[in-house]
Design a protein around this ligand. Structure first.
Ligand code: NAD
Ligand code: DAU
Length: 354
């Protein structure tokens, strides 16, 4: 079986659902269920014996040791993290705790367990660390895309904490020989994304008749990848990646934020026209910029294509259309995640400037 951490979050849950759709190897899914974790997303697996959900904190060493000794996973796929840049600006402490201390704790538990293995089991063990392109910092308009040898230059507390975790993973391979793999991926979008992130926030606000907040002048560029493609890339790296290596994953889809928001509005105009023929675009509002806002991310994903044969299946157009339709079809899921603490965050973060 494999051990997945953070499998009740956006990408982790998509990964677990896809994994069990495509194969029969069981998953033990360890998630603390923070505000971003959602057991509802995993409801289709509630009576599936191949899925074991455990509510645990990756910072809890005893709990992590118990998971390894009970389930004896052949691999770890580590998603658990605090993932939202804006939250890391409001409160970086939790990011250091989960992303740095948590990853370190999990590495220690994995190393101890791996040390008990021998022969083929020891050789086959993998620790796959899911990371981000944000560790590379910000690109200018003419700069080459991030490759695996781009120097780290994280700019936000979030990316600094992810960079630190990447360094620990690297060190555990280099020093102890732990068979690690690291993936650095660009911006994901798709089903089950928590609506604090740009695409689901825009969709949900648009349908509710609220303003669509675009930071600064909307010219910042992100490289968008459909979540199912990210999950396929992770499966590929887990199956065929070389221990100690890092792999960049991206969608070859660089878009300005304002272009993304306008495209979403146009899709909604088509799929769920607003009453009275109003255009969703009229709800766009340029708001105060994110402090330290990285201007441009772009991933050069040639290594994973050349060495492992992975390429995204979705284009931005097909992936975005699927995503908009998914949010339209899953009003109950949206309703479930946009209550309580979500409302509190939105009120605090988007409060009118005095
Ligand atoms: P998410 O915020 O949606 O989910 C994170 C999950 O981790 C949640 O289920 C949460 O409950 C869990 N978690 C948080 N702290 C925990 C702890 N201490 N112990 C156990 N579980 C804990 O995040 P996501 O967008 O699904 O991202 C998953 C991973 O992928 C992260 O490591 C993130 O850095 C990375 N990543 C995300 C993107 C993106 O665009 N979303 C892109 C590249 C890489
Ligand atoms: O690049 C990978 C990263 O992508 C992941 O590591 C992070 O976990 C993930 O959250 C994401 O980070 P971003 O900061 O790029 O994503 P976010 O959706 O928060 O913002 C995308 C862009 O949209 C960014 O330039 C900021 C802008 N934005 C965001 C929000 C929430 C707005 O203009 N308005 C908003 O309300």
């Amino acid at each position: 079986m494999i051990l997945v951490t953070g499998g009740a979050g956006f990408i982790g849950a998509n990964f677990v659902l896809d994994w069990l759709r495509d194969g029969d190897e069981p998953v033990v899914n360890a998630d603390k269920l923070t505000y971003a974790g959602n057991a509802e997303t995993l409801a289709p697996l509630s009576s599936d014996e191949r899925h074991v959900f455990v509510r645990e904190d990756i910072c809890d060493r005893a709990a992590m040791d118990a998971l390894f000794s009970t389930y004896k996973p052949r691999a770890v796929v580590h998603f658990a993290a605090e993932s939202h840049v804006d939250r890391s600006i409001h409160g970086p402490g939790e990011f250091v705790q989960t992303n740095v201390v948590g990853t370190f704790t999990l590495l220690e538990a994995a190393r101890a367990y791996w040390g008990t293995l021998s022969g083929a089991e020891r050789d086959a063990f993998r620790f796959l660390h899911v990371s981000t392109d944000e560790v590379f910092g910000s690109l200018g308009p003419a700069d080459a895309a991030f490759s695996e040898v781009t120097a780290y230059a994280p700019n936000s507390p979030y990316s600094a904490s992810k960079a630190a975790s990447d360094h620990f993973v690297r060190a555990y391979h280099h020093t102890y020989g732990l068979p690690t793999l690291t993936t650095n991926c660009s911006n994901n979008y798709g089903p089950y994304q928590f609506p604090e992130k740009l695409i689901p926030l825009t969709l949900i606000n648009a349908l509710a008749g609220k303003r669509l907040p675009v930071y600064g002048d909307g010219s910042n560029v992100r490289d968008w990848l459909y979540v199912g493609d990210h999950c396929a890339a992770i499966r590929t790296v887990l199956a065929r990646g070389t221990p100690g290596e890092t792999y960049n994953i991206g969608g070859w889809n660089e878009k300005k934020n304002i272009e993304v928001v306008r495209t979403l509005c146009a899709l909604l105009d088509e799929l769920r026209p607003a009453a009275g023929g109003a255009r969703y675009e009229s709800q766009i509002e340029f708001v105060k910029d994110r402090p330290g806002h990285d201007q441009r991310y772009a991933i050069d994903a040639t290594k994973i294509e050349r060495e492992l044969g992975w390429r995204p299946a979705e284009t931005f157009e097909t992936g975005l259309r699927k995503t908009v339709q998914w949010y339209l079809d899953h009003a109950a899921w949206v309703q479930g995640v946009t209550s309580g603490s979500y409302r509190h965050w939105i009120e605090k973060h988007y409060a009118p400037q005095s």
